[in-house]
Write a protein of this length. Sequence first.
Length: 587
Amino acid sequence: MKPTRLFDFLEYAKINHPLDNVLNTKHDGKWDNISTYDYAKKANYISSSLINMGISSGDKIAMISSTNRSEWSIIDMGLSQIGAINVPLYPTISSKDYLYILNHSECKLCFVSDKEVYDKVFAIKDQVDSLKNIYCFDKIENCINWKELIDSGKENLNLDHIENQKSKVKPNDLATIIYTSGTTGTPKGVMLSHNNIVSNVLSTSNRFPFETGKESALSFLPICHVFERVVLYSYLYNGLRVYFAESLETITDNLKEIKPEIMTAVPRLLEKVYDKIYSKGEELDGIKQKLFYWAVDVALKYEPYGKNGVFYSFKLAIAQKLILSKWKEALGGNLKLIASGSAPLQPRLARVFTAAGMTIVEGYGLTETSPAISLSDMRDGGFKIGTVGKLVDGVEVKIAADGEILCKGPNVMMGYYKEIEKTKEVMSGDFFHTGDIGIIDSDGFLKITDRKKEMFKTSGGKYIAPAVIEGEMKQSLFIEQIMVVGESEKMAAAIIQPNFEYLKSWVKERKINDSFDDICNNADLISAIQKDIEYHNQKFGQWEKIKRFELTPEAWTIESGLLTPTMKLKRKAIKSKYLHLIEKIYS
C-alpha cells in the first residue's frame, strides 16, 4: 500500500516493518517502549473514545507539549483516523496567545503535557466558548488524564465504526492547522491537508539513507513545528525507532545513552555544540593543543567527494583518528546523519561535522510548504556545502524578477485559516511566495541568500541583507546572537548578545571579576569582539561592513519574547527593547 493519509503511515509500518520499540519515552528514569502494534491499538482506543464523546470529522483539537513524547503521536494518529484536526501549539507562548489561537481555531478539546502548560490554558479556559475539556499527559490534580480516554476507548471499542470513519477521510481533507510563530504580527493558521504532508514525507524519504528496522533516531525539536513532525512520520514510514529526549538540557546524555544514527537539529544548537567542543582546545596545552587546532583546521577545509585531493584525504584520515572521532564519540558514537532546518546553516558547521563522520544534510522550506522544498543528499552528488540541496520530487521552483523563491507542488498549503485575503497575498496562481531570496545554480542546487522582508536600504541607497552578515559574524566565539541594523542610516551596525557560556572561561582566564552587566563595557572584551568583526568584515562590501556595535547584558530567549520558538530573531521586539542602544550608535 502507498500511504495517502497520515494514519496510513502507521498501517504501512504495521504491515511492512513492525518494531518492538517504535516509540520510546522516558518516565521516572526508565524508557517506556511502545511496539508498532501497541501504537496502532492505542490510536484506535483514542479514536473510539473521541467518537463516543461526540468528536467528529472537522473538529479542532489543540495539542500542547513541553517535550516530545509517545502520547502526542498516539493522540495525533487517533485524531487523524476520524478526520479531526490537530492544532499543535508551542508550549512557550503566553496565555494571551493561547486565548487568541484557541478562539480563532475554535478548538473543542486541548491536550497538555504538564502542569505549567495546564495552568496557562486553564487561566483562559472560560474565555474560550468552544473549549469543553482539558486533558493531561502527566498526572495533574483536577485535570483528566489521557489514560482515561485509553481505558474508555478500550472498553467501548468498535473497530468497524473506526474503519468507517477512516474510509471517509480523503487525501485532500484538512489534517492540521499550524499557527506560525511569526517574527512579527498575529500568528496565521496554516492549513495543511493529509496530501500536503504525506507527499512531503514520501518525496523527502528517498533523500535519507535509512536502514529499515536497524536504526534509531533522537527527537527533541518541538513536535508542534512541521519540520520535526514530518520527520517523525518519515521515521515511522521507514522503520526507525524513535527516542524522545527528556529535555533540551539532557540531549547530550540521551545521545550517549541511546547512541542514535540520526537526529534533527537547528543551526543554533549545532553552533552551541561546535563552540563547546572548540573551547575544549583552550583547556589543552603544548602539542595536544596544536594537534587539536590542526585537526579543526583540516575539518574546516573539508569538501565532499574527495575534491581536495589525495593528500588532503590522508590528512583528514589522521585528523579523524586522533581528534575528530572523539567529537563523534561525545555525541553517542553512532551518529551518521544530522538533518538541519529552520534557519540558514553556516558552511563551517557543515564542513566540520561532516568531516567528523556526522553528515549534516540541510533542507529548506516553510510551514506553508509542509515543509521541504529542497534537501541535501550525500549520495549521487546531491550534497554541496553552502546550498540547501536540490528540489524534492514533485516540487517546482521559479525565481521571480526580484529574486524571490516561488514554489509550486503538492506540498503547498491549502491556505491560511479564515484568512482569504492573506492567502491571496502570498499566491500567484499555484505558486507560493516564500519571502526568501535565492538562486538555483547550474548544478540544480538551491541557495538562499536572504529574507526578502528583512533586507533594507542605508541612507546611501545601498541594500543590506542582514541574515548573511549575521551568519558570518556568529562564527566568532564571543557572539551568541547578533542583529544587524542600519535602515535609512549612513552605515551598518549591530546589536550583539555575547556568548555568556564562552565568557565564563574567558574572564576566568584573565582574572576579570566584572558581572555580566559590567562585562559589556569591558574594554578588553570590546576590543576582542571588534577584532573578530574586522576579520569577518573582509568578506563584505564597504557599505555592508559592521562599523559599530553595542552589547546587551541579557540573553535573548524565547521566554523574553526576543526569539521565536524556532530560535529566529524577533527583529521588531529586539529593536524596540534596545532602541536606546541603536540611538547611541547613531547619535
